[in-house]
Design a protein. Structure first.
Length: 89
């Protein structure tokens, strides 16, 4: 939502599918993407690019998902960023 603050025509798309005994939940937006320079840091504790951010949201989410045998990943595409949550079905 923060990534879309200044964007006209905001879109957030949430989808889910089951494949090979796994559930994949994808959350995508049409924001500006994650800068290449920080892509390897976004899951680090206390890393944030926002003034009011604490930098724990993605770290906490990743740790919870991994504790359930899943993973959290992201990918940047032109005009779109997607986060994928994978859990065992």
């Amino acid at each position: 939502i923060y990534a879309l603050a200044d964007k006209k025509g905001k879109q957030i798309i949430i989808s889910a599918e089951v494949k090979e005994k796994r559930v994949f939940i994808t959350v995508s937006d049409n924001g500006y993407g994650i800068e290449t320079e920080i892509a390897d840091k976004i899951f680090l504790p206390f890393f944030t690019t926002r003034k009011e951010g604490a930098g724990i949201g993605l770290t906490l989410s990743k740790n919870i998902i991994e504790s359930h045998g899943g993973y959290l990943a992201f990918k940047n595409e032109a005009g779109k960023t997607s986060f994928v949550i994978c859990l065992i079905a």
